[in-house]
Design a protein around this ligand. Structure first.
Ligand code: DON
Length: 560
């Protein structure tokens, strides 16, 4: 008895440690959507409240983001979605853009073999065949429970009624204004000066959505909209034809699935690198007791950075569209291979990226993709990331159809060894070919614990997506933060090349950075930017849902 009494404080301590963090984000009983704009989260949540499932809500949220968040939400882009049904069935949908039929390996090179500046990033030449409408229609066909009219009507209404400009959006529109004018001329809708509190209406977009409501997928990829779109892109010097549009298909893919301690992680497979790369990172750190090192401590940062260094080196070399490149997934995801990769890691000293591979590049980070997470009242979950690539994509805006077009062609490797806009360099596996999908970093992810849904997570951020998703999961699981705290917590990033570690401005002390420098880490000294804008959901022990809506943006959780 005495022994038990003496052991009591220790037992209580253990017990406390195992208690999951109390929620600090929005908590709802049954269902939730977390996305980049309140209007979109609200439409998605209302779809579920009116009897729709998570898949219906996905269609509504994705299209509502195309209206409310034209910065990244889109009809002219593409994305990836991973789902887990309440019976445990999982799957992934690839609605990534693809290269047009006329594309070829050297299409962005001049006669001397140099990359032509801006050709894969700005204007019509940068546009890949959009996948979003095919993606949502495929989801609706396979899993939808409400009629398309029930789902699209509130979205069309929002486009007609208009969307309020937020402070952050007003700043963004201002900073992109010159580029909109350069690409579209000064009569473009976005040449206006917007201030917070203005309302922007989207009647042209509403009428394109009406065509999709009437004719489904064909309302976009065939007939009037397709003809207008192809003509517009070609008049502006681009390559997409009506044949390219007609041939576009979203593809169902097996997600990447792996165990990390007692978690089961389900994430997107190629042509996204997200799932493979976080799988490698998690497996490389699994044997270390990272929670003991402390959240964002020097040792945690070091371990994570070294794993990321090795994983991104593999990413850039091996990964591409699996329908075009042979990817040795069974080797690069095997335990033996990943243990071997970490053999030369030591806490005493940084590994040099040049010892892992070669190259010198610059990184530019940005937040121009968008992620949303959904759980419905039946326990179905969806994690989806969608993008135009750059902010407002190629900046090319079809006034007639009411949407921006992507600049996703830049995610290919235009030339081996030359970095793209995220500083990522690529190899043969990600070279350009007709109808090939460009490699992505988007990482829509679901996490199970004890066989049950535990987290839904994802983010924008180009090459920083993968590390931001991994750190958010570790924040909850290893460092016992609530979902909202985990999303808000300061983040860092490393991607093999350039051989530097990026830190967000807030939350990392000079002492921490100095101790890393002493060990040979190079710290990025330029202007620090935000890393990721994570929107996530945690399922609490009592079955309620906690939202994590990133404080870095206008992101909002809505549910009931
Ligand atoms: O697919 C990709 O990896 C990129 N096109 C994502 C772009 C992105 O996240 C932009 N925001 N930073």
């Amino acid at each position: 008895m005495r022994r038990i009494i003496l052991a009591l404080p220790f037992l209580l301590f253990l017990n406390c440690k195992q208690q999951p963090a109390l929620p600090t984000g929005l908590v709802t009983e049954k269902a939730m959507v977390v996305s980049a704009r309140e209007e979109a989260s609200k439409i998605g949540s209302e779809i579920m409240e009116n009897g729709g499932n998570a898949f219906d809500a996905m269609v509504a949220t994705e299209l509502a983001l195309a209206v409310a968040y034209p910065f990244a939400g889109n009809l002219g882009g593409g994305g990836f979605m991973v789902y887990r049904k309440n019976n445990g069935d999982i799957g992934g949908l690839d609605y990534r853009e693809k290269a047009p039929l006329s594309a070829h390996r050297d299409m962005y090179l001049d006669s001397l073999g140099n990359v032509i500046p801006n050709m894969s990033t700005v204007g019509a030449t940068a546009v890949g065949v959009p996948g979003t409408v095919a993606g949502v229609m495929e989801v609706h066909k396979k899993f939808g429970s409400l009629s398309l009219s029930d789902i699209l009507t509130p979205v069309i209404k929002l486009a007609k009624k208009g969307v309020l400009v937020t402070e952050k959006q007003a700043k963004r529109l201002e900073s992109y204004k010159e580029r909109f004018i350069q690409v579209n001329g000064d009569s473009t809708k976005f040449a206006a000066n917007f201030v917070a509190g203005d309302t922007i209406k989207y009647p042209a977009l509403a009428s394109t959505l009406e065509k999709i409501l009437e004719n489904g997928r064909d309302g976009f990829y065939k007939g009037e909209v397709a003809e207008k779109l192809a003509t517009f892109i070609q008049e502006k010097g681009g390559f997409i034809t009506t044949e390219d549009l007609e041939r576009y298909e979203a593809k169902w893919r097996q997600p990447v699935v792996f165990k990390y301690k007692d978690l089961r992680v389900i994430s997107m497979s190629p042509p996204s690198s997200g799932g493979v790369t976080i799988n490698q990172i998690f497996k490389m750190i699994e044997s270390y007791d990272i929670s003991k090192y402390g959240h964002n401590s020097a040792k945690s940062v070091q371990l994570f950075t070294e794993a990321a260094r090795r994983a991104y080196a593999d990413r850039n070399y091996f990964l591409g569209d699996p329908d075009f490149a042979d990817i040795p997934l069974d080797v690069i995801l095997s335990d033996a291979y990943l243990q071997e990769r970490m053999q030369d890691f030591s806490f005493d000293k940084a590994t040099l990226s040049s010892d892992v591979s070669h190259g010198e590049v610059e990184i530019i980070e940005s937040m121009e993709t968008t992620h949303y997470s959904i759980v419905d009242d039946k326990g179905n979950a969806i994690s989806a990331t969608t993008t135009l690539n750059g902010g407002y994509g190629s900046k090319l805006y079809s006034a007639e159809l009411g949407f921006f077009l992507n600049n996703e062609m830049d995610d290919f490797s235009s030339k081996a060894g030359v970095p793209n806009m995220f500083g990522l360099i690529g190899a043969e596996a990600n070279s350009i070919a007709p109808e090939k999908r460009m490699l992505s970093s988007m990482t829509p992810t679901l996490v199970e614990k004890d066989g049950k849904l535990y987290m839904v997570v994802g983010t924008p951020g180009g090459s920083t997506i993968i590390t931001a998703v991994a750190q958010t999961i570790l924040n909850v699981y290893e460092y016992n933060l609530s979902m909202q705290e985990a999303v808000n917590a300061p983040r860092f990033h490393h991607q093999w090349l350039p051989d530097v570690v990026f830190f967000e401005e807030e939350g990392f002390s000079e002492e921490l950075k100095s101790s890393l420098k002493e060990k040979g880490y190079q710290i990025f000294e330029g202007r620090s930017r935000i890393i990721g804008k994570v929107d996530a959901i945690r399922v609490l022990k009592n079955g309620k849902l906690e939202g994590g809506a990133d404080k870095r943006g206008d992101d909002t959780a809505v549910g009931y």
